[in-house]
Design a binder for this molecule. Structure first.
Ligand code: ARG
Length: 459
């Protein structure tokens, strides 16, 4: 069906029609398009803009179309310009002139703005559910490994001892922020633009709030020009999706490193690894690499949206049709990545003994050695210098701080006594970091409890 009959004498060029058309990617919004139309038609009937009987007929048939599309009895015509055109055309094909009344007091401009909002709200909820699932997995792992000592790194150099559970909980915080960001975006999204018309509202006595209430949306947009030309909600969601990908990507990078023979901190389950076509010994973390790689797509989607929107005048411009593929791809990609990533993490084997071994090297208890002197009254800078000399001595003798004899300690600084060995044991180093947010066992417990509370509030 062509919508703009009357003004035109000739059919649109076939290839141009394909170029202009969005049905190949917006047909996935058929449900939301019908939901919006049902709300609109109900309002038109209630307001007496069309007869109640006609409104009812429209609603009834729209619901049938929805059921027919769902069960495959109604096939969406790929030749149509977009999903809005298709649904209206199908309605009119089925119920004749009454169907032609549906578009009274509405434009595709406010219609599409509504459809995208409804669609994205639903799919954001799916991302949130998966992120919560991931947080659950991470909490479980954090508890399981709340005493598994590993080196914490800065500059990828061994820095100070932590436990593996603490590392998991750091990611938990990122994903919780992601959820909260999605909530914020959805909050601003949950506003109905219907009634903005093409750009200048409408002369009909419509009831915009009724439509919003009918659809379970919080409120209506405040300005008709903004109502049809705003895509901030797509951009905000794309930013939120990009940050999810940043977090997944960093996590994947660590998993990839941890799988290497150089680290050997974890081993991925066979079900989430791949082999090499030529090297029989290989077990590759392809899934983690692919997730890391796919972050690029999602950032690209965000840049697409920003670029599409940055230079267009008010109100609707066809450029805006480009919004859908980008934001749909961002959501699809995140969902796909989470689907592979969650079970990969869940099934990964953790090699705590290797982590412990790695933590024993690299003088990661040097800060604690300095702190030991500080606690005996020495100013931190002096303690730092003395410990630096001791580390240098250890390197000369090829010994760890734990192995260096007490005479060596005392030759650098008289303050040292046998108590130093207890102070620099990795277990003491970790359990001593009982500060709020730190890696000590008690602190891990507190973190987990707090996360559980936060999750309860989100749910
Ligand atoms: N397919 C269009 C889109 O996705 C629908 C809006 C069309 N409006 C218009 N004035 N051409 O943006």
């Amino acid at each position: 069906m062509k919508l703009w009959t009357g003004r035109f004498k000739r059919e649109i060029d076939k290839k141009t029609n394909d170029f202009n058309s969005s049905i190949s990617f917006d047909s996935r919004m058929y449900r939301e398009d019908i939901e919006g139309s049902v709300a609109h038609a109900t309002m038109l009937g209630k307001q007496g803009i069309i007869a109640e009987s006609e409104s009812e007929k429209i609603v009834l048939e729209l619901n049938k179309i929805l059921a027919d599309i769902d069960n495959g009895d109604c096939i969406i015509d790929p030749e149509c310009e977009d999903i809005h055109t298709f649904i209206e055309g199908e309605l009119t094909r089925r119920i004749g002139d009454t169907g032609k009344r549906l578009h009274t007091a509405r434009s595709r401009n406010d219609q599409v703005a509504l459809d995208i909002r409804l669609y994205l709200e639903k799919h954001s909820a799916k991302v949130k559910t998966m992120l919560l699932e991931l947080v659950d997995v991470l909490i479980e792992k954090a508890q399981q490994y709340s005493c598994a000592v590993m080196p914490g790194y800065t500059h990828l150099q061994r820095a100070q001892p932590i436990v593996f559970g603490h590392h998991f909980l750091a990611y938990c915080q990122m994903f919780l922020r992601d959820i909260s960001r999605i909530n914020d975006a959805v909050n601003r999204m949950d506003v109905s633009p219907l009634g903005s018309g093409a750009l200048a509202g409408t002369t009909y006595n419509i009831d915009r709030q009724f439509v919003a209430d009918f659809l379970g949306m919080q409120s209506v947009t405040e300005n008709s020009l903004d109502g049809v030309s705003d895509r901030d909600f797509c951009i905000e969601l794309a930013c939120a999706m990009s940050l999810v990908m940043v977090h997944l990507s960093r996590f994947c990078e660590e998993v990839i490193m941890w799988c290497s023979s150089e680290f050997k901190f974890v081993e991925l389950d066979d079900a989430f690894s791949t082999g090499s076509s030529i090297m029989p010994q290989k077990k590759n973390p392809d899934i983690a690499e692919l997730v890391r790689g796919k972050s690029g797509r999602v950032f690209g989607d965000m840049i697409t949206l920003l670029t599409v929107m940055k230079g267009i005048p008010l109100a609707y411009n066809k450029d805006m049709q480009e919004d859908k593929e980008a934001i749909f791809d961002a959501i699809d990609t995140v969902l796909m990545c989470l689907t592979a990533f969650i079970p990969m993490i869940k099934t990964m084997t953790v090699k705590t003994e290797n982590m412990r071994k790695a933590a024993a090297g690299g003088f990661i208890n040097a800060t604690d050695c300095a702190d030991y002197l500080v606690k005996k009254g020495m100013p931190f800078r002096d303690a730092y210098k003395a410990t630096g000399e001791i580390v240098a001595r250890c390197i000369e003798l090829d010994l760890t701080l734990e192995e260096l004899p007490i005479e060596e300690y005392r030759s650098v600084c008289e303050v040292f006594d046998e108590g130093v060995y207890e102070a620099i044991s990795l277990e003491t180093c970790v359990s001593g970091r009982n500060v709020y947010g730190g890696p000590a066992e008690q602190s891990i417990k507190t973190q987990v409890e707090k996360i559980r509370e936060t999750v309860k509030c989100i749910k």
